[in-house]
Ligand binder design. Structure first.
Ligand code: GDP
Ligand code: IMO
Ligand code: MG
Length: 430
């Protein structure tokens, strides 16, 4: 058996969906371990694009098993729509299972997320996806949440009613908010969702454990990215879960020794959606070039992504936090046509050079990138399928990136399609 954890090495949207789909060909079980439908993972197969929010990106591989792990928060209305849309696509799909221990997003979580974001000058205005993710995790850790297994329980109706009444009262008192769904509506809707979810629900920790014991290949698919991690990211401009590799063990219900290999996915440049400092951000025509050439608009919210040069300080940090064995570099094709390409190798802070990612946001906000400049290339690389197919300048860029990050490149993606990948190693042990 062998297992791979695939994590975002930046601020999300690195192409984790694409890489997961590629690696799923070799895996038997694909597990999402945190986050919810704040994630938008894109997979393109035979010209058809699939945007996945809750279902693992291995779903387009029939014969495989996909798992929504215990570390996730599930909006059942979104999950039902996603499952129905996938079924309607007519494609053969993998089997899908949902952890009994995953938490459920309720309507007031979404409303609370909206209200916090709308609150003028609000402390917690961080440009969230407004999907109720943060408030659902708050309830989980406050031990006030509703797990999938609780939703399927006999006592669900009364529990839902109590929770809905209490939360709606809190929303009213705290925000003076009207317009919340009536408690009886919440009860009726969620009991219907329970019936929909029931056939998919399993003890998925046991399922993954047994797959590992039977010598299967298991792929853990992270959502968001290292810098959005609640502990290690640019707090408070982060998400409310643990996308970092350590989160895979907790969020899938396996011990840390089950993890063999960790793959960090990075774009060949950097993007970020939402608020917070971003040292290599380009608010000039190169930034606009990256946004247009890379179609950098959010998969979940459609917001334009902020774009900038690749930041090796971030990659070194991601290597440390996640124990990265390899990097998968995506969207290398997007850099085509730029006369020069830059990599940030360090930051300058008040005249001093620093090479470690700072924890203080005020320091990060003042950091100026220290760049290395490399020659660009003009050749179209979207058809490259072997390292040797890449122009010399692109190869130099990759090898310098690996050197500065301190992590070897294990895969290079040169387009959104499943086949547009150069695999330089085998991530699963044979
Ligand atoms: P994720 O959240 O990490 O799965 O990434 P998203 O799906 O949100 O964003 C990545 C976007 O880039 C999607 O539109 C992908 O189809 C696209 N993409 C992935 N890899 C490549 C690549 O190598 N080249 C190009 N041009 N697009 C890519
Ligand atoms: P994938 O899995 C990029 C960002 C939001 C916001 C912050 C908190 O597709 O890479 P949240 O709704 O989670 O409370 O928002 O995190 N964010 C993402 N940015 N990709 C994502 O997911 C993201 N999920 C959340 O923009 O800044
Ligand atoms: Mg995304």
């Amino acid at each position: 058996m062998s297992t791979v954890v695939l994590v975002g090495a930046q601020w999300g949207d690195e192409g984790k969906g694409k890489l997961t789909d590629c690696l799923a060909a070799e895996a038997d079980v694909i597990v999402r371990y945190q986050g919810g439908n704040n994630a938008g993972h894109t997979v393109r197969v035979e010209g058809q694009e699939y945007k996945l929010h809750l279902v693992p990106s291995g779903i387009l591989h029939p014969g495989k098993v996909c798992v929504i792990g215990n570390g996730m928060v599930i909006d059942p209305s979104v999950l039902r729509r996603e499952i129905e849309q996938l079924a309607a696509s007519g494609r053969p799909l993998a089997a899908l299972y949902i952890s009994e221990r995953a938490h459920v997003i309720l309507p007031y979580h979404r409303q609370c997320d909206e209200l916090e974001e709308e609150c003028p000058g609000g402390l917690r205005r961080i440009g969230t996806t407004r999907r109720g993710i943060g408030p659902a995790y708050v309830d989980k850790y406050a031990r006030e949440g509703l797990r999938v297994v609780d939703l399927l329980d006999e006592g669900a109706e009364e529990r839902l009613r109590c929770m809905a009444r209490r939360k709606i009262e809190i929303l009213k008192r705290l925000y003076g908010a009207g317009g919340a769904a009536a408690p009886e509506q919440v009860v009726a809707d969620y009991l219907a969702y329970a019936d929909f979810l029931r056939p998919y629900v399993r003890d998925t920790s046991l399922l993954v454990h047994e797959a590992v014991r039977a010598g299967r290949h298991v792929l853990f698919e992270g959502a968001q990215g290292t810098l959005l991690d609640i502990d290690h990211g640019t707090y408070p401009y982060v998400t409310s879960s643990s996308p970092a590799a350590g989160g895979a063990a907790v969020g899938a219900g396996v011990g840390p020794r089950v993890i063999d290999t960790v793959l960090g996915v990075t774009k060949a440049y950097t993007t970020r959606v939402g608020g917070g400092p971003f040292p290599t951000e380009l608010v000039d025509e190169t930034g606009e070039f990256l946004r247009q050439a890379g179609h950098e608009f959010g998969t979940t919210t459609g917001r334009p992504r902020r774009c900038g040069w690749l930041d090796a300080v971030i990659l070194r940090y991601a290597a440390r936090i996640n124990s990265l064995d390899y990097l998968a570099v995506t969207k290398l094709d997007v850099l085509c046509g730029l006369p020069v390409v830059r990599i940030c190798r360090a930051y300058r802070y008040r005249g001093r050079e620093i090479t470690e990612f700072p924890s203080r946001l005020s320091v990060l906000a003042e950091c100026e990138p220290v760049y290395e400049e490399l020659p660009g290339w003009t050749e179209d690389i979207t058809g490259a399928r072997a390292y040797e197919d890449l122009p010399v300048a692109a190869r130099r860029y990759l090898s310098r990136l690996a050197e500065l990050a301190g992590v070897p490149v294990g895969a290079v993606s040169v387009g959104p399609g499943r086949e547009q990948i150069i695999m330089l190693t085998s991530f699963f042990r044979r």
